[in-house]
Design a protein around this ligand. Structure first.
Ligand code: ATP
Length: 304
């Protein structure tokens, strides 16, 4: 009996150890992935949309109180217009997007949509109004149709084909034997980064939100693929209030307004031509990128 008890007891010990380790890993991932819980105010109201005007007013933010990330950031994106954000890596560009989505609350200042402080709104209504095209789109291990329709329940097959066409994916999907039913992801079709991003664009077109966050990730694509994605991004951004995080300055040369962020502060704002004439931070980023392009390197202003 004792002979059996010892190994069983040992197995029990191993089992408890493994369980504990798994729980710790879960906690670790929970901390990394899930943002601090933001809860609806007791009297939170649904967002009353009138175009989707976005204003950041003297916003400050720190993930850790000892390390300020954003300081006194103010800008205004009138309804239907686009603001491109550029700046070196770690400047705080993605943090602006996370705050607009209210993954976190600002430490100081306020963020308003159509004059309503996002802290007073129900999170459901806020997130319903904002579409995101991220840099790395994560797809569900499900069909193409499911991945496009996610976030727009009740979309018809016709609607899905319409947005696939706009995202320049229709021909590609029509040629697949299972078309919309084709599984994607780990156990299905492997899609390129650009194709995945165009699925995200199709998804946003179907959701049809008035406000859009674009995280442009075109630096690793060949120029033909890049052109198609930029066309699709321009289409999705037109007539929507858009916050575009740009990694390659060449993609925002024609942006109506560019905001340059450095160490969590707005250091310059203007059009491409105005910023070049100003001969400041933007002009330096531009010169660095031009030089790198002439040398045939992959360019990304975040590396500047
Ligand atoms: P990149 O161009 O490299 O994506 P970015 O300008 O978008 O950079 P952010 O992602 O906004 O920069 O990050 C700004 C700073 O905040 C960085 O120093 C980063 O390390 C820090 N940071 C970002 N997310 C967190 C987090 N969840 N917890 C703690 N610090 C964070």
């Amino acid at each position: 009996m004792i002979q059996l008890f010892v190994p069983l007891n040992f197995l029990g010990f191993i089992y408890r150890e493994i369980r504990e380790a798994l729980t710790n890993i879960e906690r670790l991932f929970g901390l990394l992935e899930a943002p601090a819980k933001v809860v609806d105010a007791a009297d939170a109201q649904p967002l009353q949309l009138s175009g989707g005007d976005v204003a950041f007013k003297q916003v400050a933010h720190a993930y850790d109180p000892a390390r300020p990330i954003l300081d006194d950031v103010s800008f205004h994106i009138p309804a239907g217009h686009t603001l491109a954000i550029v700046g070196p890596s770690g400047a705080g560009k993605s943090t602006l997007a996370r705050l607009l989505f209210r993954f976190y609350d600002v430490a100081a200042g306020s963020i308003e949509i159509d004059g309503q402080d996002v802290r007073n709104l129900t999170q459901d209504s806020l997130r319903q109004a904002i579409g995101v095209v991220p840099q790395d789109t994560v797809l569900f291990n499900a069909s193409i149709g499911y991945n496009v329709a996610y976030g727009a329940p009740g979309a018809s097959e016709e609607d899905i084909w319409r947005v696939l066409r706009l995202a320049q994916l229709e021909d590609f999907v029509r040629e697949l034997p299972q078309q919309l039913e084709t599984p994607v992801g780990e156990r299905g079709l492997k899609l390129s980064g650009g194709e995945k991003q165009r699925i995200a664009i199709a998804r946003v077109l179907l959701k049809d939100p008035p406000i859009l966050i674009l995280d442009e990730a075109t630096s690793s694509l060949d120029s033909h693929a890049e052109r198609r994605i930029l066309d699709a991004l321009n289409l999705v951004a037109s007539k929507r209030t858009t916050l575009a995080i740009a990694h390659r300055l060449s993609t925002i040369v024609h942006a109506e307004r560019i905001l340059v962020l450095d160490h969590g502060r707005v250091v310059e704002q203007g059009t491409h031509a105005e910023l070049l004439a100003h001969k400041g931070a933007y002009a330096r980023l531009w010169a660095d990128q031009q030089r790198a392009e002439q040398q045939g390197e992959q360019t990304d202003p975040r590396d500047a």
